[in-house]
Design a protein around this ligand. Structure first.
Ligand code: GDP
Length: 432
């Protein structure tokens, strides 16, 4: 009896407490789905709510009644991961099917998340050519329709385009108002282009409040659980993750992740994080210690190798005051963003994932690449500030202590008053 209950428990763990769908026939096609639990040591111990588990197991049956959210591939991979999670939550809340435009840069990165179906749009989808050209100026753009008062009967059109990208205007932002959601409810296809983690604004919509409370009693875990449910590296990417982890990180007593996002062409000031990396002793050449020292593996990721070389050399040239042995590793230095290249995207995804497997993580502010890492890992965030004019600014993200990603371009808009409002005034950060 014990053996059976043990194996049931193991299976539950492997499937993240039942969050992962259990209907896949062949584990070999997506090893990460079943192996990832073995690699997460630290991070969130909280379990998903039973309601979230019940919703994630629900299957759509084929029926002409289905309504869809089409996610259009747009922006860097970190942005894309955050918007996939946002679009999926919206689909869950509105009982729609999430469909993904594979674009040129979504191939061989993620396993199919839903059993017995593909989330990719079929290549013969009739509007394929058109939706890549959608913009705020398109007649099908919902914001433009609202501006021109062209919104009449949602049963007439079969789709609208939702522009929720950084440059969206006040009319596009009405997407986050209940009144407009009532219109969208009947629309068979919603085509969505976004580079934003827009979940925080969905959390503020009264019509979804009850459902969201049931799904996520702790609002800090939304991306964590959605990401862990939805985003499983394909076997190619998983190979990159596992080989690197086993070669450089597995044997260390502690794993530290540091993500340096270089936005400027010139390198900015690097802050030595005292509470993350041990100090070195500049006076002594060697310490006389007996026994095997504790080991720290520092995983650095960056487009450049300059910071990595500096940190690695410090720990080679001087002993640590703590006596720890520090190994510093950086998987790649790709130089610049090359979103159209498959191996570049696979490495970027593998590096985000590797960062999420560390015990202590510091990521760069304003970087969605970093948000993905600490959100998936369920790690409390430490921020490396983005230098402005080579100086360190005030914190740019008011909810920095949350492991939720930041919404970079929130709508400063009050739906009831139909005017601009500082969103922070609507709900204090602590309530999210
Ligand atoms: P963000 O711009 O920092 O918000 O992150 P995104 O992931 O959306 O876009 C940055 C893109 O640049 C990534 O998707 C990668 O293509 C590339 N990139 C940036 N930093 C790194 C890094 O440390 N490692 C690798 N492999 N690629 C990176």
């Amino acid at each position: 009896v014990n053996e059976t209950s043990d194996s049931v428990e193991l299976q539950q763990d492997k499937l993240l407490g039942g969050l992962l769908a259990d209907g896949f026939d062949d584990e070999e096609t997506c090893l990460s789905r079943y192996q990832s639990a073995m690699y997460y040591h630290k991070g969130l111990s909280e379990k998903p709510s039973s309601y979230l588990i019940s919703r994630s197991g629900a299957q759509f049956t084929e029926s002409s009644e289905c309504k869809y959210v089409l996610w259009i591939s747009f922006s860097g991979l970190g942005n894309r991961i955050l918007t996939l999670a946002s679009a999926f939550l919206y689909a869950l809340l509105t009982n729609r099917v999430l469909v993904v435009d594979p674009g040129t840069d979504m191939v061989d990165l993620f396993c199919e998340p839903f059993p017995d179906s593909s989330w990719f749009l079929p290549s013969d989808f009739p509007l394929n050519v058109q939706f890549n050209n959608f913009s705020q100026n398109s007649d099908q753009c919902y914001g433009k329709m609202l501006k021109n008062k062209a919104v009449t009967d949602s049963t007439v059109a079969s789709f609208v385009y939702l522009h929720i990208a950084r440059d969206y205007d006040d009319h596009d932002k009405l997407f986050f108002c209940d009144e407009e959601q009532r219109f969208l409810r009947n629309m068979p296809w919603l085509m969505m282009k976004t580079d934003n983690y827009f979940v925080p604004s969905v959390l503020l919509m009264p019509s979804f409040e009850q459902e969201l409370n049931d799904l996520f009693p702790n609002k800090e875990t939304v991306f964590h659980f959605l990401g862990r449910y939805l985003l499983h590296p394909t076997n190619n990417v998983w190979g990159l993750v596992v080989r690197y982890y086993q070669a450089y990180l597995a044997k260390a007593d502690e794993r530290v992740g540091i993500q340096i996002r270089v936005f400027d062409t010139k390198p900015g000031p690097f802050q030595h994080k005292k509470n993350i990396l041990p100090d070195v002793n500049h006076q002594e050449d060697a310490t006389n210690s007996s026994g095997i020292p504790k080991s720290k593996a520092v995983l650095m990721t960056s487009l450049n190798s300059g910071y990595f070389e500096k940190v690695r050399d410090i720990y080679w040239e001087f002993p640590t005051v703590t006596g720890e042995a520090v190994g510093v590793y950086q998987p790649s230095h790709e130089g610049y963003q090359q979103t159209q290249k498959q191996m570049h995207n696979q490495k970027a995804w593998a590096e985000m994932y590797l960062l999420s497997l560390t015990d202590v993580l510091a990521t760069s502010s304003w970087s969605t690449f970093g948000y993905v890492a600490h959100g998936l890992g369920g790690l409390k965030l430490r921020i490396l500030y983005k230098p402005e004019n080579r100086t360190v600014p005030d914190p740019p993200c008011p909810c920095a202590m949350s492991m939720e990603p930041c919404f970079h371009a929130p709508p400063f808009f009050n739906c009831k008053a139909k005017r601009g409002t500082y969103t922070g005034e609507l709900v204090p950060c602590e309530a999210l």
